[in-house]
Design a protein around this ligand. Sequence first.
Ligand SMILES: [Zn+2]
Ligand SMILES: [Zn+2]
Length: 80
Amino acid sequence: MLLCAVCNGIRMLDLVCPACSYAAEDYGRASDWNGPYAPYEPIEFEDMFAATQLEDVPVCRHSAYCSHCSHTFVVEVVME
Ligand SMILES: [Zn+2]
Ligand SMILES: [Zn+2]
């Protein structure tokens, strides 16, 4: 079964802002942008597969934000 280790609280994302190289923060799944961020809730695989079925490798897209330069970007976490 494929899981995003970050969404399930198994590990933290170690993010670097591509614009300024400062540490950036994980803002949760990109598809959950409008919802509450609940990192320890199990994620249903079917939802994620529907969102990523065009990818060769199943990934979970995370929104990230750099508080240093206000840059937002998407990080793809490979599910394992
Ligand atoms: Zn995730
Ligand atoms: Zn930045």
